[in-house]
Design a protein around this ligand. Sequence first.
Ligand code: HSE
Length: 438
Amino acid sequence: MSNSLRVGIAGLGTVGTSLVHLLQDKSDLLADRCGRPLVITGVTARSKEKERGLSLDGVTWFDDPLALATDDNSDVFVELIGGDGEPAYGAVKAALESGKHVVTANKALLAKHGVELAEIAESKGLLLNYESAVAGGIPIIKVMRESLTANTVTRISGILNGTCNYILTRMEDEGMSFEDCLKDAQDLGFAEADPTFDIEGNDTAHKLAILTSLAFGTAIAPDAIYLEGITRISIEDIEAAKDLGYRIKLLGIATKTASGVESRVHPAMVPLGSAIAEIGGVTNAVSVEADTVGSLMMSGPGAGGDATASAVAGDLCDIAKSRPGHQHGPALGQPAQSLMPHERAPMRSHEGGYFIRLTVKDQPGTMAAIATRMAEQSISLESIVQRRARGELESEQAPIILITHETTEQSIREALKGVREDGCLFGEPQMIRIESLG
Ligand code: HSE
């Protein structure tokens, strides 16, 4: 049809396959809602031979993503390849430079090159849409880019990685091992091609970097994020958290402070019964604190083919509904050239409560030595308890759990350095920050 929106799709993995099904199965509904049909004209993927259960009759196959990106027979380039380098970067740039709108689910690419790509899109009057890049099916980009324009945001935070939340939930609910939970998340299509990006927190950091830019009008700065993943979280931590009235979640948090933006990704203890603690499985949640609207929180599926394809299709529909000559809104919510430099607040000045789990020598004076090191740093303890040792500890070893009142990261690090120097510690201390969000 002459007025159709012609779509080229690069990448036919979990999301690409779901997107093709969605655009084909709901073609009439989408055409009605957009006022014109969305037609897939070209696709490219690593392997042409792979059986995907797709019907691609009449769709041109491209071996080279760059050729699809610059193909005259499409209006939009959908990038579902992933990764911050080639071929995704070159293909997206080429698509924009050749006058095509772009829809991408690629948070790693946007975290690294988002400002440059936004500038190109703006200079050409094109849309660069990326709803699916952050929190899967949750429409948080639209909210940040459009709905909250009149607000000054003070904090944006949330559970931004479905794989990690799925792993932590099943470890707690079913006592499953970390490895088995990760394997299931991979089988369900939640995890990244390289799952270390999920479990080491990089994926959350990429998403937080994008949200931080939208929230504070600053350049995207993925390297300014303090980063810890969930690989050091053990069943002991999860059980101790529960006993103390907390649940462990991998959070991404960006807060405006007097000394800049404090951006961090790390496991955190959240109070049982709080809204964020109730977000289980692959579900994500994003909360925003802002001056005019107050606090809001959105939750929904954060990964998986259909949820992510839903967001990609929504982005395509926005493009289908726009008209040539219409001035499109800037990709990062404001003109890319007007973004402020990102000023990073140092992590050592972070203030909050802390959970600390130590394995120590089970002998007289150990508790007193630990308490002394805490007191030296003016850290006030809410509780200090010796827990019953689990099977794998030697008889002279004892697990100690401390919960502190609000203090600074600098003080905690100094106190733990002192405990280490006292020579009563086995292994590395576990330190998990306590958060109360929303
Ligand atoms: N691997 C990601 C996750 C996919 O688990 O959340 C969605 O970005």
